[in-house]
Structures are given as C-alpha cells and as structure tokens.
Design a protein around this ligand. Structure first.
Ligand SMILES: NC(=O)c1ccc[n+]([C@@H]2O[C@H](COP(=O)([O-])OP(=O)(O)OC[C@H]3O[C@@H](n4cnc5c(N)ncnc54)[C@H](O)[C@@H]3O)[C@@H](O)[C@H]2O)c1
Length: 246
C-alpha cells in the first residue's frame, strides 16, 4: 500500500472542510493534528467532529467507543510548529492564494523533508502553491467535497512538478478514507468547479432576469436531474462567499 508509511496527518484550517477531513483521517485510524489560528474555530471544529460522529453512532455505523476513540485521535493546536512530525498535511484555510502560499512557505520550513503538502483548494493553481516551497515535487491538490465525511469524491490535482510516488501515496490515502478518486490536471477550477461554477453563474443570471425565485431555481435541479445536483442560491451568505472566492 503506497500510503502505509503515513501515520500522522496534519490539517491546517479547522473550519467546515478541515474539521471534516480531520474526522475522515481519524476514522481511518490515523493520528491527526488539527491547526487553526482561531481558538474558537478549533473548538467549533472539534464540536463538528463529535456531532458528526454521533450521527454515525445513531445510525449504528460506529459504536460509541469507536466514536470516542476517533475524537481522541485528533489533537487541536494553534501552533503550526506542532506539524513537525506529520507525514502529510492537508491545508484547508480560506480560498485565498496569498494566505495559502504563506502557509505553504511556513510549513515547508517546519515539516520533515519527506512530508507531503496537499491543498484542499477549490481552484487555485497547485503549481503556483508548490512554487512557494522548496519541495514542489511533494505538493499536490486533494480536493474534497462538502461535507467531507459524507461526499464520496476526492479530486486529486497534480502540479507541474508533482512526483509519481506522491500522487500514488495521496491516491491511496484518499482510498483509505473510502473515497472515489478522480485526477485533474492543474487548470482553473479543476474538473468539478470548472463545470459547476458556470452553472451556478447562469443560475444567478436567471435569478437576475427574474426567470424564477431562488427557491424555484434551487428546487429545479434536484428534481429535474437527481437529488445531488444542487445549486443552493437560497443558501447561507457563508456559502455564497465561498462561491465568490472560487
Ligand atoms: N466549503 C466548501 O463547500 C468547500 C468545498 C471544497 C473545498 N473547499 C475549500 O476548502 C478550503 C476551506 O474552506 P472552508 O469552507 O472549510 O472554509 P472555512 O472558512 O470554514 O475555514 C477556514 C479556516 O481557516 C482558518 N484559517 C485562516 N487563516 C489561517 C491560518 N493562517 N492558519 C491556520 N488557519 C487559518 C480560519 O480560522 C477558518 O477556521 C478553501 O480552500 C475552500 O475553497 C471548500
């Protein structure tokens, strides 16, 4: 197994995606270090993990003991230097290229030479993020869908320099998380958002022209094309902000 050497996963950014990915890694029996600059975000992230696992307990997918042991495998920290001995970092901070580059640069100084740096970016070039480090061969995109514990897809994005062994390790790791893996070249939006964002854009134009209400547009797609094709114009301002960043 290409990812057998991976024992400890670091997750930077304990928000919606980071907490979900930390949960996935801990569920796969890996030790996890979850870092965020914001102590409250970390506490929220840990609560999200506990609450998501309790739903699996209710559905009898997990026992309460397994859920408790999973939470215990996640250590929360506000200090990036605690990432020193992790094998793979999955970066999940806000979709801001300058911020991600700064964090990649800092992690590059902290991590062991063999460690892999993955980003959960929705659309930022992996090649450009890799250029902020001295280890471009070990930088890769690992784009999870929201919410990570539920959605099956992980889109793996190879930068211009990404090494074949790094790709194999990260693909194998995503499979240990029980995910379906696709591989995208490093183009804006990769595969998923390249196709999804124009559709969401068009939905906003339809709204602007008064073709339908947000609720009618949102209802149209799951009902017309299957439950999973959701646009969610009527969703929270937070989700709309994320879409604007992409
Ligand atoms: N939300 C989605 O639907 C979704 C889906 C797929 C991918 N993504 C991508 O995942 C990433 C995170 O998105 P999210 O929705 O989880 O955002 P979020 O706002 O919920 O979480 C981001 C977290 O990053 C933390 N952060 C900011 N600066 C930091 C720093 N310097 N060091 C450590 N932590 C820092 C924030 O405190 C916050 O807790 C983005 O790149 C986004 O494009 C999001």
């Amino acid at each position: 197994m290409a990812s057998a050497w991976v024992r400890v996963v670091g997750v930077v950014g304990g928000g919606q995606m980071g907490s979900g990915i930390a949960q996935l890694a801990a569920t796969a029996q890996l030790d996890v270090i979850l870092a965020d600059v914001d102590q409250q975000a970390l506490q929220r992230g840990m609560r999200n993990i506990t609450s998501s696992l309790s739903k699996f307990v209710k559905k009898q997918v997990l026992s309460q003991e397994e859920a408790d042991a999973t939470v215990a495998r996640v250590r929360a920290t506000t200090s990036l230097s605690d990432m020193r001995d992790v094998n793979v970092v999955i970066e999940c901070v806000s979709e801001n290229e300058a911020l991600k580059k700064r964090i990649f640069g800092e992690l590059d100084e902290i991590l062991q030479p063999k460690a892999i740096l993955a980003s959960n970016t929705s659309s930022i070039s992996i090649t450009r993020l890799a250029a902020a480090t001295q280890r471009p061969k070990q930088v890769i995109g690992m784009h999870f869908m929201n919410p990570p514990p539920i959605m099956k897809l992980v889109e793996i994005v190879r930068g211009m320099a990404t090494d074949d062994n790094v790709f194999a390790t990260v693909k194998c790791l995503a499979e240990r998380f029980n995910k379906v893996v696709i591989c995208s070249r490093d183009y804006p939006g990769f595969i998923v958002n390249r196709v999804l964002m124009p559709m969401i854009n068009e939905a906003f134009f339809a709204l602007l022209e008064g073709v339908g209400t947000p609720q009618d547009i949102d209802t149209a797609f799951p009902e017309a094309m299957g439950r999973d094709s959701v646009i969610m114009l009527a969703s929270t301002p937070k989700r709309r902000d994320t879409i604007m960043d992409i």
